[in-house]
Design a protein around this ligand. Structure first.
Ligand code: UDP
Length: 375
């Protein structure tokens, strides 16, 4: 039986910890915060009783049947489809860009094939064959007019730089549809845990061989006390940022309450740069099966993370690649520690991918032990 430490009580630490505990190992999970769940943490709002996504909206969606079974084994998931709206040029549009958005934006009544042909004429620069940056991808994807209304301003606010400095992968997250399907995601399985994500993660951590210590800052000098450490903190943080800091965006949330229904949907985006926030989340719409008279909303502001701020989004600026590669090379050469999760691997991971990688990581680790190899 090994003694293993998970640094961070978010999805990665919980899933890996549970897997190792079920295989007979003793697991300790530490987290500097006073709650488990990492940035998926949910809690009831003090005034309205609404379940709040404390660190911003989290919607579970996946094509991975094993991951879907896994989360359903630890929580009751209720049907939830994310239908995001965006306010631009004084009007409300449907996202992701779909036939309704296109027809409303261009004041047309096109059918799918007509819209498809029309968007091709909009695709400004047909010389872009393999888009590298966010901007190239957007111009190729929807053309200049839709890009400027819906993506350019939002992206500059969200990421603090010009879309030409960002990787195309960020935009590849979003679909473009030539029908009236306004489901933000295209995955087969989608839903929301009835009691929130923190209850689900508490369930995952609920095992006799798992000890959770909150308000506990991991001290790197103690790493040797454990047979292996799974680190879900920032990749550069493990190395004391000694090569320099990788860029992260942090978020500030401005909470306000409202009697009744404030905006009629869970997420309203704002593409215009004269509005300083990126979106407003009205949390009660994430739990349509609950009934609350009052409402609590968060205005979301994005800015560069300074030391001490909570890191949310790895930026992965095109210019940052060399520094990232240097840290990754070092991480790969470091014995006794596995780097996991969004922060530990410095990638823009969704919850389902985080769980998939955590399961794979735990299995790979156990396979290594079984072979007698040093993980
Ligand atoms: N995006 C945008 N306008 C929008 C929504 C998204 O420009 O109205 C871009 C933006 O760069 C954002 C990215 O698409 O960071 C991915 O959007 P997503 O909704 O997946 O972001 P998340 O909810 O993960 O913050």
């Amino acid at each position: 039986m090994g003694r293993y430490l998970m640094v961070g009580a978010g999805l990665s630490g919980a899933v890996i910890g549970r897997h190792l505990a079920e295989s007979g190992h003793a697991v300790t999970v530490v987290d500097a915060r006073d709650h488990i769940g990492g940035n998926c943490h949910t809690e009831r709002d003090r005034d309205t009783g609404v379940m709040v996504h404390v660190y911003g909206p989290h919607i579970f969606h996946t094509d991975d049947a094993e991951v879907w079974d896994y989360v359903n084994g630890h929580a009751t998931f209720l049907p939830y489809k994310n239908r995001v709206k965006t306010t631009a040029r004084g009007e409300v549009f449907s996202l992701p860009v779909n036939l309704h958005t296109i027809n409303q934006f261009f004041r047309t009544t096109m059918r799918p094939d007509e819209a498809r042909a029309f968007i091709t004429t909009q695709q400004a620069d047909t010389s872009i064959t393999a888009p590298r940056t966010f901007e190239e991808q957007a111009l190729r994807f929807v053309g200049r007019e839709l890009y400027e209304a819906f993506f350019k301003g939002y992206t500059m606010k969200q990421w603090g730089c010009h879309p030409s400095e960002l990787p195309a992968a960020i935009l590849k997250r979003l679909p473009l549809r030539f029908n009236y399907d306004d489901n933000y995601f295209f995955h087969r399985f989608q839903g929301m845990p009835e009691q929130g994500y923190t209850a689900m993660i508490a369930n995952i951590l609920d095992h006799p061989r798992i000890t959770v210590r909150l308000k506990t800052v991991f001290d790197a000098a103690e790493a040797g006390a454990w047979e292996h450490v799974f680190w879900s903190g920032p990749l550069d943080g493990w190395f004391g940022y000694d090569l320099g800091r990788l860029g992260y965006r942090t978020l500030d949330f401005e909470r306000f309450t409202h009697a009744g229904d404030y905006q009629g949907c869970a997420v309203m985006n704002y593409g215009a740069t004269d509005i300083p926030y990126t979106r407003i989340t009205e949390h009660k719409h994430f739990a349509p099966w609950e009934d609350h008279e009052g409402s609590v909303c968060y205005r979301e502001f994005s800015r560069a993370a300074a030391p001490g701020d909570i890191p949310y989004y790895p930026i992965r600026q095109v210019a940052e690649k060399a520094l990232l590669q240097a840290y990754v090379t070092r991480a790969e050469a470091t014995r006794g520690v596995t780097f996991v999760g969004r922060l530990g691997t410095y990638r823009y991971l969704d919850m389902d991918v985080t769980i998939r990688e955590a399961l794979d990581s735990a299995r790979g680790f156990l396979a290594c032990l079984a072979r007698g190899a040093a993980p």
